[in-house]
Design a protein. Sequence first.
Length: 125
Amino acid sequence: MPAGIIAAWLAVPGKAADKLLQPDEGTTLPVTIQSVEKESYTVTLRSNEEKTQYQLEWINRKASTVPSSLIYKVCQPENELVGRVDAKGTYYFPLGIDSGNMYRFILYDIIKKRTIDSVNFKTPL
């Protein structure tokens, strides 16, 4: 009986760490093109020095109240999925060059099927 109690105690998993469900996608690109501050998050459009690569940096200052939040880039004829944000932390998403020189994003709740917020950037090339 004591051996069973000890074995059961050792089998109890440790406390879950508060970490992102999405792995870090890399490092921050050096040039900040434009930044938008919202109440619970900051969104920054970044690029490299040559402006051949773009990146969306999303910083959640607190955990999202909508755990099913997806970011879409507004495109024609169909919006393009950029990524998912949920826990408190910093997320990096690589972006292609927008031919219209306009980066527009929507934050979308896939469970309730509604737009939560939108962010628009006009990039100088």
